[in-house]
Design a protein around this ligand. Structure first.
Ligand SMILES: [Ca+2]
Ligand SMILES: [Ca+2]
Ligand SMILES: [Ca+2]
Length: 366
């Protein structure tokens, strides 16, 4: 999904949690710390709503994926996003909730039991730190328009008979741009160009070969990027084995979703990569990093990072940097899926619940 932003996701919670941990950490390490500045940050973080800027547009980092090549991607059609057929039923994702029930989810490791390591992880962190706000962050960023994404249903266009009984269903997720800048209205959008594979008219996030039976959608597996908000930006986390299942319904000209489960796994390395991209971005220029900082073993790839210049809205950068060791540990401990088959868990399972309203996508971002 476009802005389903990625790990999707756990990031924020993770970060908020780490922010706290980091502060504790640094308070211990730094010998005669000038004193109370540690508390200031953790309190500040959990309130994403507090951002006073009425910026309607998320403004996207138009990052063409490194090495992305339409010719090498199955199903990719060369061209321009403006050639993509948007006159089809569409959805606006109105709700994203990371399910914290570790007993729900898809079986990702083949032992017959549901897997949801991310949920367990968030629940644990929440108990420990009481700052579990990732879901609040999702709802806040969707509500204020910073995170807008949706889906098109090309195979349901002009379908004969009951569209809620269908085979070969395709669902394409796209980042959206509000046409009127008012997040209160979600009936009209444009699709953002970055939702397409570079040099093509093919969306990057596609579910194909799905089915709708008695109004229940099943689709996948697919690889998609899940958007998630962090600091002032919306990052993306790549989800493997992504599957959708849940109720869909006609909603105006579009398609609504009710409690649709998105299951899958994300690679810990990808998460680390994403976080490194964030702390090396201009957002975290205050860290003056010369290269990637976060790893697994060791957790910190650079020693002695000075986060003193990261204050206010940039405190998150410092917190993240200061928690590199802990972050590596927590992630390694929570991995529950072996994606590369070497016998070591290197990925985390997840369960996200999606809600959507019907909408209309009128064109491509200009
Ligand atoms: Ca299992
Ligand atoms: Ca609007
Ligand atoms: Ca492995």
């Amino acid at each position: 999904m476009s802005h389903l932003h990625p790990p999707p996701i756990a990031l924020l919670a993770l970060l908020a949690a780490l922010g706290l941990a980091a502060c504790v950490d640094s308070a211990q390490d730094a010998p005669p710390a000038p004193e109370v500045e540690p508390e200031a940050q953790p309190e500040a973080q959990p309130e994403p709503e507090a951002q006073p800027e009425p910026d309607p547009q998320p403004e996207p980092e138009p990052e063409p994926e490194p090495g992305e090549d339409c010719a090498q991607i199955p199903g990719c059609e060369p061209g321009d996003p403006s050639e993509y057929a948007l006159d089809v039923p569409a959805s606006f994702i109105s709700g994203v909730i990371i399910d914290e029930d570790a007993l729900q989810g898809a079986d990702q490791d083949g032992d017959g039991d549901p897997d949801n390591a991310l949920g367990r992880f968030l629940a644990d962190i929440g108990r420990l730190l009481a700052v579990l706000d990732i879901n609040a962050q999702y709802s806040a960023t969707i509500a204020d328009g910073r995170m807008a994404f949706g889906a098109t249903w090309p195979t349901l266009a002009g379908a004969e008979g009951d569209p809620l009984e269908a085979q070969g269903v395709e669902v394409h997720f796209l980042p959206l741009e509000d046409v009127d800048g008012d997040p209160g209205s979600t009936d009209r959008f444009r699709a953002q160009r970055r939702g397409f594979i570079a040099g093509s008219r093919t969306p990057r996030r596609r579910f194909e070969g799905g089915a709708i039976e008695a109004g229940v959608l099943t689709a996948g597996p697919a690889r998609i990027d899940m958007p998630f908000p962090i600091g002032e930006v919306v990052l993306e986390l790549s989800i493997e084995r992504a599957r959708l299942s849940g109720e869909v319904f006609l909603d105006g000209e579009g398609v609504g979703m009710r409690d649709v489960a998105l299951t899958g796994v994300f690679s810990i390395d990808k998460l680390i990569e994403t976080l490194n991209a964030y702390i090396q971005s201009s957002e975290c220029a205050c860290l003056e990093l010369s290269g990637p900082l976060l790893g697994i073993e060791p957790g910190c790839l650079i020693e002695e990072v000075d986060g003193a210049a990261c204050v206010g809205e940039f405190a998150l950068c410092a917190s993240l940097a200061a928690s590199c060791e802990l972050l590596g540990q927590i992630l390694a401990q929570n991995a529950d899926v072996d994606l590369d088959g070497d016998g070591q868990s290197d990925a985390m399972s997840l369960l996200i619940r999606l809600e959507a309203d019907g909408t209309r996508i009128e064109g491509i971002q200009r």
